[in-house]
Design a protein around this ligand. Structure first.
Ligand code: ATP
Length: 307
């Protein structure tokens, strides 16, 4: 059975002068999916969103929504919340809501009221007088009040307190459960891990990894050992095909192992570490490894270090 795609981006490339902001970037987002876009600063996430939505002109590549190019009519069903929300500072939240109501047939007043209460916003206040976090909450309120089917959110929880960050995550999970498709970026990897079912990791304009979060996490284990003194090198460990990466930092040795980690754990155990644990890989490990691999810090280099 083929999964129906809500969004597909193929071969998108975008240059700004000498900067290759996005290099042959492709993703596929199934309907009802929460897709997290992770990347270092300046990796190209915002550029990807803008090119997907036609807000910046890609040099090459295509984006399709439900198998067809973006049309103005689709904006009725789509919402984009940029990293820095563009709001009219002199208008009150109630004015913004009225503007949104007039612009979107799908505007849902009871939904808006629920979101205002959830984020503890005062509709009478001028938006320019609100804090950065409150302005982010306003942008999300306006976006979600239109009951969108496609949500593209650039760091939606940035500037929000932990309570509201959790509120946003719960909202996104709820929207996806109702059939909406969400693509969002965040530097809060824990949030992405909690909410997203799929991720793509982008580094210096290049997608270095993508896939289902559960599958990526299951792919590798982390064998983590501490020693009384500096962590020793383990003969031949780096040339073991199952070892993806080795990190030695002072007394700590960490080996990222694909598949069965038993033999690697046994070899490290033979060096009599103070402690040894085999952990599931989390999304932060996956991100750091993908970025390191993108930088060319591969097993080959670890081999050289290990001797
Ligand atoms: P961050 O996490 O810091 O928000 P990002 O992943 O969203 O970063 P982008 O804003 O997409 O990154 O930027 C990608 C690259 O393109 C950067 O090198 C940036 O300097 C460059 N860039 C983005 N917009 C422009 C522009 N309008 N003109 C020139 N260069 C730009």
């Amino acid at each position: 059975m083929t999964t129906q795609l809500a969004i597909s981006v193929r071969g998108m490339t975008k240059r700004f002068g000498d900067t290759l902001a996005l290099d042959n970037f492709s993703i596929e987002v199934p309907i009802g999916s929460i897709f997290g876009l992770l990347g270092t600063n300046g990796a190209g996430k915002t550029t990807a969103f803008k090119c997907m939505l036609g807000l910046a002109r890609a040099d090459s590549g295509t984006t399709e929504f439900e198998g067809a190019p973006l049309t103005p009519a689709l904006f009725e069903r789509l919402t984009y919340v940029p990293e820095r929300p563009e709001l009219y500072g002199d208008l009150r939240l109630s004015d913004h809501l009225e503007l949104t109501r007039r612009s979107y047939k799908r505007y849902d007043a009871s939904r808006a009221a629920h979101l205002i209460s959830l984020f503890s916003l005062d509709p009478k206040k001028r938006v320019g007088k609100l804090s950065k976090g409150q302005q982010s909450a306003v942008a999300l309120t306006l976006a979600l009040a239109t009951r969108p089917e496609f949500l593209v959110l650039d760091e939606p929880a940035s500037g929000l307190d932990p309570v509201n960050q959790r509120n946003v995550l719960d909202l996104l999970i709820g929207e996806a459960a109702g059939g909406a498709t969400i693509v969002f970026s965040s530097h809060q990897i824990g949030q992405v891990e909690r909410a997203a079912d799929r991720v793509a990791i982008i580094h210096r304009g290049i997608k270095v990894l993508d896939g289902e979060v559960d599958r990526l996490k299951a792919d590798e284990k982390v064998v983590e050992a501490t020693f009384d003194d500096d962590a020793p090198s383990v003969n031949g460990l780096a040339s073991d095909a199952s070892v993806r990466r080795i990190v030695r930092a002072g007394r700590l040795l960490r080996a990222f192992v694909r598949g069965d980690s038993t033999s690697v754990a046994n070899r490290i155990s033979a060096l009599r570490p103070k402690s040894l644990r085999v952990l599931d890989q989390n999304l932060e490990d996956i991100f750091l490894n993908a970025v390191a691999a993108g930088d060319g810090e591969s097993v080959a280099r670890a081999t050289a270090l290990e001797g």
